[in-house]
Structure formats: C-alpha cells, structure tokens
Design a binder for this molecule. Structure first.
Ligand SMILES: [Zn+2]
Length: 153
C-alpha cells in the first residue's frame, strides 16, 4: 500500500519536504494539502509514519529524562558502590559520588535539551495531544448516562 505512487508528485514533494506536517500553515492554504491526503494513500501512510516517529521520539526522550532523575535520586542509596570504588577502581568515595553525580547531571541536561528540541522541531505535542483527546472522547462515550448528565457543559 505504501508503494503506490503519489497522485500529485508536486504536492507530494512539497509535503515530503515538510515531513508531511501541515499544522504550521494557515487553514485556507491547508485545504489543498488536506484534500491531497484524502486522495493519496501514499502520502497519508507517510504522514502517519512521521507522526508516530515524532511521538516515539518524544516518549523516548521523556523516559531518558525520568531515567536520569531516577539515577540521581538513587545515587544516595547505593552503598555497594562504595565497596566497588574502593576495591576495584581504587577511588575515593567522595570522588566517585562526584563523578557519578556529574555524569547524572550531564545526562539529565542532555536529555532535557533533546526533549526540548523534539517538542519544538516536530509536531509531536500536537500529535500526542490529539491522541490523548481521542482517548478521552472514547472514555467519555463509554460512561453511563447517569454520569454523563452530571458533567457540566
Ligand atoms: Zn501524495
């Protein structure tokens, strides 16, 4: 299905250069591209692929931030590391903690920068927000009527 050729190569090339993201252009200009997505299964598939790639990048970088936060928090509770530092590497305990803490901070800063880049350079926030809104709508539809009537409109 993704091997089908594009129905309009010019529009397809423009969309490819934008990584199939039309969220940044004005609504009246967007109409033509939306129509192309409706007609062209190849571009539709590519758009879906790129948006899931953006979403995956955002999730992975968020996980990296959490991982480094966790590592920094766990650093104070790792007594066995002192043993390893003394016997294996011949390091001073303070040196070792300083080294690990620096590595943790560096990793945290790096993953925060990458996360910021992913969130600003890709439409990932909109994509993930759209998924969340869709899920919320589905859950809302499944709610019993007695609860639905309680919701303020
Ligand atoms: Zn196309």
């Amino acid at each position: 299905m993704a091997n089908n050729s594009c129905t309009d190569r010019v529009v397809g090339a423009i969309l490819a250069s934008w990584r199939y993201d039309i969220s940044g252009i004005t609504p009246d200009m967007r109409k033509d591209y939306e129509q192309h997505f409706a007609e062209c299964s190849r571009c539709r598939a590519r758009q879906k692929f790129h948006r899931s790639l953006d979403g995956t990048l955002a999730v992975l970088t968020s996980l990296a931030v959490l991982f480094f936060l966790f590592a920094l928090a766990a650093l104070n509770h790792l007594k066995p590391l002192e043993h390893v530092a003394f016997k294996v590497f011949g390091l001073d305990v303070a040196d070792m903690y300083h080294m690990l803490f620096s590595a943790g901070i560096a990793g945290l800063c790096f993953s925060l920068i990458v996360l910021a880049l992913v969130l600003t350079a890709t439409p990932a926030p909109k994509y993930l927000g759209g998924i969340a809104a869709e899920r919320a709508k589905l859950i809302e539809e499944r709610l019993p009527d007695s609860i639905k009537t309680l919701k303020p409109r």
